[in-house]
Design a protein around this ligand. Structure first.
Ligand code: ADP
Ligand code: MG
Length: 607
C-alpha cells in the first residue's frame, strides 16, 4: 500500500512550460478526461451543467488514489507520471506536469471521491480556494469522481469573460470528441443538463469515428496504415466524395494526443490535391505514433502544439501514407448495395479488392523507399514548404512535383476493373457500358476524358512537351488588357502543351501553332474558352497558375456529353483511362466510372 504521487523537484518543475492550464470549462474537461484515461479507466462519464460553468464532473473506473494521494494530487507539480528529467523525454501518459488539479482547485469548488481496488473504503475531499475544507473516508466504487462547481466563482473577471453557453458547450464537445476519438477502446458518455449527448460504446477506431462523425462516413472511410522504424501513421481519411465546403472533421493525433498542425494538414491536403476541389476539406483522423524522444510536447500549455525533431520527415511520410491509401483502396464509388449499413460490415467495403492490387502498390518505389530504414535521405527540399499555410496556393514547383509523385506511387493498371471486351455500348451519347472481369462498368465519357487529358497535360509540363503543329496561316487574337496579361503569363506552359503563341503588340497575340488535334479554324476559340475557364477557376479556387491551366485545358478539350462515339473511340477512351495513374475520378473528384459487380447484381436479383 504505497502512495505514488510526489512533488517534482524545482529544477524539473522549472523545465515544464508554465502556463494557464484552465482558461475555460473545456480546458478543465480536457484535463479531467485525460486524467481518467491515464488512470487506466475503461469507462469515463462526463457530466456538465450550464456548459460547465455550474458543474463539470468526470466519473471513471480507473485505478483510483490512496488517501494521501487524494490530498496530494491538488498540490502544484504533484504527479505520479514523471520522476526525473529523463522521464520527461519518454512520456507515454497524457498528463505529466502535475498542474491541472492544482489549477482546478484554484478556480472552482472541488469534490473528489476516489477509491483504489485494494482499499475497502475510499476518500472524500472537498476543496475551496485551494484549501481542503473537508476530508473523510467514504463508501465508493473503485475509480475516481471529480466534480468542480462554479468555475471561476472566485475570479469574477474570468467568469465574465466566458462566452455564451452554446459556445462554451461547443468547446467542451470538441475536447470530449478529441479524447474519445483517441481512445476508442474506452466507453465515453457526455451528459449536458441531464440530457445524454454522447454514448460511445467501446469498439474499433472506425466504429468510434462513425459514432462521432455520423453514419454518412460508414462506407466512406479509407484506411491509412503505414509503418516504418521511424514512425507509424494509421487512421482513416474520408473518400474524396465526402469532402466538405467547411473545415471541420480533421484530426491529428500524435501518440494519442490531439494536436493542431497547419503544416501536417497541408501534407494531407496535398495528398488529396487532384481528387477534390481546392476549396473543399476532406475528413481525416490520423494517428502518428513515434518515439516520444523525437518530439517535444512541452512547448504549449495545453500541449496542442508540439515540436517534432524532424518535421520534414513527418510531412513527407504523412503525405505519402495518405496518397498511398487513396491509391491502394478503391475510391471508385461502387454502388452501395448494403444501403442499410451496419458498421460491422463496413470493413469489407473499404478493403482492397485483391491482394494483387495491394502487391502492386507495395512494389512501387516510393513505397519501398519509405518503408526502408533511414528514409531521411529520400526527403528532398521539395517538401520544405516555406508557404505552408493550407489556405494559400502552393508555389508552382511544389504543386507539380507533388502531383508528379502522386502519379509515381499509383499502381499503373487497374486490371480487374478494365473492360475485357471490345464491345461497347454508348448510352444517350454520354455513358459507355462495357463488360469487365467483375461484371460491367459504366464510364462517363466527359469525366473520363478530363482525367486522361489532365494526366497527359501534366506529363507534358513534366518534360515531354506535346508536339506543336505550325499553322500555315497563323491566326491573330486580340484580348482585353486583363486577359492579355493573363495569357502572357501562361505562354511558356502553353508551349509545353503544344500551343505556340507569340505576343504581337500590346494586347494582340499570334497563334503560330497548336497541337495536332486542334482543327484549323478552331485555334482562337480554343484559347478563348480556355482563358474563360481559367478565370472561372481563379475566382473560386486556390490553385497555382499551372494547376489552373491544366484543369482548364482538360475540361475545355474533353469530349462533352452528347457527342456520339465510335467503337474505336470508346475503346481508346477506356484504354487510356485505365492507363491513367488515377483513373477513378476527375481532377475535381467526380467519378470517371462506376463498377457494377456481378455478385452484387446477383444479390439484387435474389440469387
Ligand atoms: P498530471 O496529470 O500532470 O500528473 P494532474 O494535476 O492532472 O497532473 O493530476 C495529478 C495526479 O493526480 C496525477 O499524476 C495522478 O496520480 C492523480 N490523478 C489525477 N486524476 C486521477 C484519476 N482520475 N484517477 C487516478 N489518479 C488521478
Ligand atoms: Mg493530468
Amino acid at each position: 500500500m504505497h502512495d505514488i504521487i510526489q512533488l517534482l523537484p524545482d529544477n524539473i518543475a522549472n523545465q515544464i512550460a508554465a502556463g494557464e492550464v484552465i482558461q475555460r470549462p473545456a480546458s478543465a474537461v480536457k484535463e479531467l478526461l485525460e486524467n481518467a484515461v491515464d488512470a487506466g479507466a475503461t469507462e469515463i462519464k462526463l457530466f456538465v451543467n450550464d456548459a460547465g460553468k455550474a458543474l463539470i464532473q468526470v466519473i471513471d473506473n480507473g485505478k483510483g488514489m490512496s488517501e494521501t494521494d487524494a490530498r496530494m494530487c491538488f498540490e502544484r507539480h504533484a504527479t505520479s507520471k514523471i520522476k526525473n528529467i529523463d522521464d520527461l523525454f519518454h512520456i507515454k501518459t497524457m498528463g505529466f506536469r502535475g498542474e491541472a488539479l492544482a489549477s482546478i482547485a484554484g478556480v472552482a469548488q472541488v469534490e473528489l471521491k476516489t477509491k483504489r481496488a485494494e482499499d475497502t473504503a475510499g476518500t472524500y475531499i472537498e476543496i475551496e480556494n485551494s484549501i481542503v475544507i473537508k476530508q473523510q473516508p467514504a463508501a465508493a466504487a473503485t475509480g475516481t469522481s471529480i466534480a468542480m462547481k462554479n468555475l471561476f466563482f472566485s475570479v469574477p473577471a474570468r467568469r465574465n469573460f466566458l462566452k455564451s453557453n452554446a459556445s462554451e458547450l461547443r468547446h467542451i464537445v470538441d475536447e470530449f470528441t478529441r479524447v474519445a476519438m483517441a481512445f476508442p477502446g474506452i466507453f465515453f458518455s457526455l451528459t449536458s443538463n441531464g440530457q445524454q449527448v454522447f454514448h460511445l460504446e467501446s469498439g474499433s477506431l472506425k466504429q468510434r469515428l462513425v459514432q462521432i462523425l455520423g453514419n454518412n462516413y460508414a462506407a466512406r472511410l479509407v484506411n491509412v496504415n503505414e509503418e516504418t522504424d521511424y514512425m507509424n501513421v494509421y487512421g482513416f481519411v474520408g473518400k474524396p466524395e465526402t469532402a466538405k465546403k467547411t473545415r471541420g472533421d480533421q484530426y491529428f493525433f500524435v501518440n494519442n494526443r490531439f494536436i493542431k498542425s497547419a503544416y501536417l494538414n497541408h501534407a494531407v491536403m496535398n495528398a488529396f490535391s487532384d481528387m477534390i476541389a481546392k476549396d473543399s476539406f476532406p475528413m481525416y483522423a490520423l494517428f502518428i505514433d513515434l518515439d516520444p524522444s523525437r518530439l517535444d510536447i512541452n512547448v504549449h500549455p495545453t500541449k496542442q502544439e508540439i515540436k517534432f525533431e524532424d518535421e520534414k520527415i513527418i510531412y513527407a511520410f504523412v503525405q505519402s501514407a495518405v496518397k498511398h491509401s487513396l491509391a491502394q483502396f478503391s475510391i471508385t464509388p461502387t454502388l452501395d448495395f448494403d444501403l442499410d449499413i451496419n458498421i460491422q460490415q463496413t470493413d469489407a467495403v473499404s478493403q482492397p479488392f485483391t491482394t494483387d492490387k495491394k502487391d502492386a502498390v507495395v512494389a512501387t518505389s516510393l513505397y519501398k523507399t519509405f518503408t526502408q530504414k533511414h528514409q531521411a535521405h529520400f526527403i528532398d527540399g521539395k517538401s520544405d514548404l516555406k508557404n505552408w499555410d493550407d489556405r494559400s496556393p502552393l508555389p508552382e514547383e511544389v504543386v507539380i512535383n507533388n502531383t508528379q509523385s502522386f502519379l509515381d506511387i499509383t499502381p499503373k493498371k487497374y486490371p480487374l476493373q478494365k473492360p475485357t471486351t471490345d464491345n461497347f455500348i454508348q448510352l444517350q451519347n454520354s455513358i459507355i457500358l462495357a463488360e469487365n472481369e467483375n461484371g460491367f462498368i459504366a464510364i462517363h465519357q466527359q469525366n473520363a476524358h478530363e482525367r486522361i487529358l489532365y494526366e497527359r497535360f501534366l506529363n507534358a509540363l513534366k518534360g515531354k512537351p506535346i508536339a506543336t503543329q505550325r499553322s500555315l496561316f497563323p491566326v491573330t487574337i486580340e484580348l482585353v488588357p486583363g486577359d492579355a496579361l493573363l495569357l502572357n503569363e501562361l505562354l511558356n506552359d502553353l508551349q509545353a502543351l503544344g500551343y505556340l503563341v507569340e505576343p504581337f503588340g500590346s494586347n494582340t497575340f499570334v497563334i503560330q501553332g497548336t497541337p495536332a488535334d486542334v482543327t484549323a479554324g478552331n485555334e482562337k476559340n480554343t484559347l478563348e474558352k480556355m482563358l474563360d475557364q481559367y478565370k472561372h477557376f481563379s475566382n473560386d479556387l486556390k490553385f497555382s497558375k499551372r494547376e489552373k491551366l491544366l484543369r482548364s485545358m482538360a475540361w475545355q478539350q474533353s469530349v462533352k456529353t452528347g457527342v456520339p462515339l465510335s467503337q474505336k473511340e470508346m475503346g481508346a477512351l477506356a484504354d487510356e483511362l485505365f492507363d491513367c495513374g488515377l483513373p477513378n475520378t476527375t481532377p475535381n473528384g467526380k467519378p470517371c466510372y462506376l463498377e457494377f459487380k456481378k455478385t452484387e447484381l446477383d444479390k439484387m436479383f435474389g440469387k
